[in-house]
Design a protein around this ligand. Structure first.
Ligand code: MG
Length: 389
């Protein structure tokens, strides 16, 4: 059977103070996590993301790629579903409708509703109600009845239908402004709706504490929360006449430069070693051995790019760099801002996450005599114990 999906993310989200569907969640956003589940499933051949006018303007072009299209939200939930349904390709047998705010949905739950809808025509993901229910008549704060909880399930999404079943329900009740799901319209058409047991993790992210819980569940699925590790790096290069002076990825005006197989940029070398150190990935000399002639004259920016790639592959995210230069000459204070900006840009950090300082060696040793420049760096990194991103 050919299946498509509609992810409805048209709400204004007033309970969060601002539209909730693009709040950050697990390195992505609420709506994009929902979308990604359907887009990654090979059995779903088309996905329509339904967005409000502002979100459509801001994110529409970026998100419509591959099998994903975007469509404008309607004035009501049913209006949005009708808009999404119209944007799906013709000839589909099944359509799964999903709340964009149920970002923790899994392919297993989607598949279970597809399988059931293929058999019975209508399948709703749901969980048994855990709390005791009380009937409280409108306008009063007094319990009138305690119904038997065993008969109640909380309906979630996906709600998956044979396209003909959904089409009939939408045509007959399209103007129902109060309907909060499609199932009640299908029920009113006299069609049996099957309940598919889902997970309590497939909850709707509606209030700020829902986001906290969603992040915690995503962390648990990824093998535990990210932890902070720290790495240290050190480098020293001889200062000689007749070389350009490169530090932190920029060329500084001076009559001497650092001697090295590469450009001798001690700041970038120390910072890269610190980042590798925080992830227990060795040192830059392994990938760029000084003895290898092909790295002669290498720009240290390439070492940075390689190191960042290795760190990302290990699931590490650099969050802070603290760099200490030890140099007698040139005087570096006037270059702090430029050095900091360059190091931040090369390592993909905001400038406020980079600290840079220079110390003199007080004339005490070879560095103190101006024969070399040394650099210490400390990198703070977030990663998961298991190494996963
Ligand atoms: Mg070096």
């Amino acid at each position: 059977m050919r299946a498509g999906a509609i992810v409805v993310s048209g709400g204004s989200g007033s309970r969060m103070g601002r539209p909730k569907q693009f709040l950050p969640l697990g390195g992505s956003t609420v709506a994009e996590r929902s979308l990604a589940c359907f887009a990654a499933m090979p059995e779903i051949e088309a996905v329509v993301l339904v967005l409000g006018a502002d979100a459509l303007r801001e994110h529409g072009a970026r998100l419509s790629r591959g099998k994903v299209k975007v469509a404008p939200a309607g004035a009501t939930r049913m209006g949005s579903v009708i808009s999404g349904f119209a944007a799906l390709p013709a000839g589909l047998d099944l359509v799964a409708i999903h709340d964009g705010a149920r970002s923790l949905v899994t392919p297993e739950v989607v598949r279970a509703t597809l399988a059931e809808a293929a058999k019975s025509g209508a399948a709703v993901a749901a969980v048994p109600v855990k709390d005791t229910l009380k009937r409280v008549p409108k306008g009063r704060a007094i319990v009138s009845e305690t119904p038997d909880r065993a008969e109640f399930w909380a309906a979630q999404t996906p709600q998956t239908y044979r396209c003909s079943v959904l089409k009939e329900a939408l045509e007959r009740f399209s103007d129902d402004a109060d309907a909060t799901d499609e199932s009640q319209l299908v029920e009113r058409c006299g069609h049996a709706v099957s309940v598919v047991p889902s997970s309590y993790e497939n909850f709707k992210i509606t209030t700020p504490e829902d986001l906290v819980m969603a992040e915690a569940i995503l962390d648990a699925r990824a093998g535990g929360p990210r932890r902070t590790t720290v790495g240290f790096g050190y480098d020293v290069h001889r200062l000689v006449a007749g070389r350009e002076l490169w530090l932190g990825g920029i060329r500084l005006p001076h009559d001497k430069g650092l001697l090295g197989h590469s450009d001798g940029d001690a700041v970038l070398h120390a910072a890269c070693d610190a980042l590798l150190g925080a992830l227990a990935l060795g040192e830059i000399g392994i990938a760029f051995p000084p003895s290898d002639p092909k790295f002669k004259g290498l720009a240290s920016k390439e070492i940075v790019a390689h190191t960042l790639k290795k760190a990302a592959e290990a699931g590490g995210e650099l969050v802070h760099l603290d760099v200490t230069l030890i140099a007698e000459e040139p005087k570096l204070k006037s270059h702090y801002a430029a050095l900091k900006e360059s190091v931040a840009r090369l390592f993909g950090l905001p400038p406020e996450r980079v600290n840079l300082k220079a110390k003199s060696a007080e004339g005490l040793d070879a560095i103190g005599r101006g024969e070399a420049i040394a650099c210490h760096a400390v990198a703070t990194v977030l990663s998961r114990p298991g190494g996963g991103a």
